[in-house]
Design a protein. Structure first.
Length: 176
């Protein structure tokens, strides 16, 4: 029986994207929606770690250690699909009293939301993550298959956002 069905944590009821990991960041189980989102089979997912699906692999161990220490975490994160394309998610992660480590994912589909979040961020540590997420979202939208349905104004807005985000990144790196 899958782990998803064995745990009855109220926070996880009725949620489409749920994933479980152990303290070593290895995946123990996930919903079918997680597999579909990342383009992997369940067997593939259960042979993977958090690092394997992280777009920024270097950041995963530190964030996971922080999660284990605090017992909960939420935010935006960039995952990597099987075909290496970025997937932007919002997540809420929990360390439950029974030792279960679970996360709820919500795919972020609108690049504008992440763009505005990056523009409004004042914490320099969080800013870099938000810039990464927003840049990936804009790039994904620019490369979208339905690009033909985008208006000239939408394409210009994406180009302007991309430029502004890169400018913020350069200014942040100069300030270090």
């Amino acid at each position: 029986m899958p782990v998803v069905l064995q745990h009855a944590h109220p926070e996880l009821r009725g949620v489409e994207y749920v994933i479980f990991a152990d303290v070593h960041r290895r995946y123990l189980d996930c919903t079918d929606a997680v597999c579909t989102l990342l383009g992997h089979t369940r067997d593939e997912m259960l042979r993977m770690t958090v690092d394997d699906v992280s777009y920024n692999v270097d950041d995963a161990p530190r964030l996971f250690a922080q999660f284990l220490k605090t017992g909960a975490m939420e935010g935006e994160y960039i995952l990597r699909r099987k075909d290496a394309t970025p997937v932007l998610i919002r997540y809420r992660a929990f360390v439950f009293s029974d030792g279960c480590h679970a996360a709820i994912w919500e795919p972020v589909k609108d690049w504008r939301e992440l763009y505005l979040a990056a523009l409004l961020e004042i914490d320099s540590a969080k800013l870099q993550r938000k810039l990464d997420a927003a840049l990936a979202a804009v790039e994904l939208a620019r490369a979208s298959q339905d690009r033909n349905s985008q208006t000239v104004a939408e394409r210009q807005a994406m180009a302007d956002a991309f430029s502004a985000l890169n400018s913020l990144r350069r200014n942040g790196q100069q300030g270090r």
